[in-house]
Design a protein around this ligand. Structure first.
Ligand SMILES: [Zn+2]
Length: 318
C-alpha cells in the first residue's frame, strides 16, 4: 500500500521525537524533517488544485515506486480515461532560473547560487520506464503528458529563455492545464478499467528501502526509551494492572503503547524484535510485550531467535 504521508517523513518524525536534543545528529535530522514537512504542505496544496480541475473520473497515484529492471519512482500520476499525466513535484523557493543550454536550474538565495538538475529530464526518463512497464504487462497505452510542478508559493520561476516552459507549472495552473488536455483527449477506456489499472500498479508498488537509524549512524541505545504520556507528553508511563499510568499527571490509558509500537516499526524497517518492544515499552516481561503486539495486530514472522513482529499496514524492509 502507498501511505498518505511519505514514510520518510514519518520515520524522521519518529526519530526526532525519541532522540535527545543534545545528540550530535539531532539538528541535522530535525532540519531534514522540516524539509519533508514543507514538501508535504506543498503536496497538499497540489492535491487541492488537482481536485479543482473539472475532470470526469480521474484516479491518482502518489509516490508510486516500481522495481522494473531499474527502479523508478513517480511523484504523482493522474489517470484520466483518455490520457495520463506524470508530475514531478518540486518544493523549491526563491528565484529559479531555467538554463536551456545546460538544462539546469540555478537558484539564487541569500546571494548564493545553487544548481539543481532539470526536473523535465527526470520526468521524461520516468516516462520511458513507465511506458515499458505498461507494455510488459499488456496495459493499454494512452497519450502521456509529463510536467514539473512547483508547489511552493514562494518560488519565482524565471522561464523567459526556456523553450519547454509550457511543461513547467505552478500548482495553481494545474486545473486549466488539465481541462485543456481533456477537451482534446476523449475517453478511450472505461472508468472500471481505469480503476483496475491503478489497482494493478498499486499492487506493484515497492517502498524504497530507507533504514533511518543506519543512515544517520544512530544506535538503539541513543534513543529515549519508554511510553510517553498521551496527555502531557512526558516519559514514561508505568504499566499498572494492565493499564498505563502517568507518574506526572496521573493520566491513565489502555492504548498508550500503540504509537510507541508504530514508531518502533518505522525505526526498525518494520522488524520489531520482542527484546526491542520490551525495552522500549518500559521494562515489560517478554510475555507482556508479546501480548501487546498480538493484540495490536502485529504479525509474527519467523520462529525462535530470529523472530520479529511487523506492523500489518507497513511493508517489510521499508
Ligand atoms: Zn502525563
Amino acid at each position: 500500500m502507498i501511505p498518505e504521508k511519505s514514510l520518510k517523513l514519518l520515520k524522521h518524525k519518529a526519530l526526532i521525537d525519541r532522540l535527545p536534543e543534545h545528540h550530535p545528529q539531532f539538528r541535522h535530522i530535525y532540519d531534514k524533517w522540516r524539509q519533508f514537512e514543507s514538501g508535504q504542505t506543498g503536496e497538499t496544496n497540489l492535491q487541492y488544485h488537482l481536485h479543482q480541475a473539472n475532470l470526469d473520473s480521474p484516479q491518482f497515484l502518489r509516490g508510486l515506486c516500481i522495481e522494473h529492471k531499474s527502479a523508478f519512482q513517480i511523484d504523482w500520476i493522474l489517470f484520466d480515461l483518455g490520457y495520463r499525466v506524470l508530475l514531478e513535484i518540486k518544493n523549491y523557493t526563491a528565484p529559479i532560473y531555467f538554463d536551456p543550454h545546460s538544462r539546469q536550474l540555478i537558484r539564487t538565495k541569500a546571494g548564493e547560487k545553487e544548481v539543481f538538475p532539470d526536473p523535465l529530464l527526470q520526468v521524461d526518463l520516468q516516462h520511458a520506464q513507465f511506458r515499458r512497464f505498461l507494455d510488459v504487462h499488456n496495459i493499454e497505452q494512452l497519450p502521456i503528458f509529463t510536467v514539473a510542478v512547483f508547489v511552493n508559493r514562494n518560488a519565482i520561476l524565471e522561464l523567459q529563455d526556456y523553450p519547454d516552459r509550457h511543461r513547467i507549472l505552478t500548482a495553481q495552473a494545474i486545473p486549466n492545464f488539465l481541462e485543456k488536455i481533456t477537451r482534446k483527449h476523449p475517453a478511450k477506456i472505461s472508468s472500471s478499467r481505469n480503476q483496475e489499472i491503478v489497482s494493478f500498479l498499486r499492487d506493484h508498488h515497492q517502498e524504497a528501502h530507507f533504514p533511518i537509524l543506519e543512515r544517520y549512524g544512530i544506535e538503539w541505545r541513543d534513543i529515549i526509551k519508554g511510553t510517553p504520556c498521551p496527555a502531557c507528553g512526558r516519559f514514561s508511563m508505568n504499566r499498572i494492572c494492565m493499564r498505563w499510568q502517568c507518574p506526572f499527571c496521573n493520566e491513565r490509558s489502555s492504548d498508550a503503547h500503540l504509537p510507541v509500537l508504530f514508531d518502533l516499526a518505522l525505526l526498525s524497517e518494520n522488524r520489531i524484535t520482542k527484546r526491542i518492544a520490551q525495552d522500549f515499552l518500559g521494562e515489560l516481561s517478554p510475555d507482556a510485550a508479546r501480548k501487546l503486539m498480538n493484540r495490536a495486530g502485529f504479525i509474527k514472522v519467523g520462529t525462535s531467535k530470529g523472530a520479529y513482529y511487523r506492523h500489518h499496514d507497513l511493508a517489510p524492509f521499508m
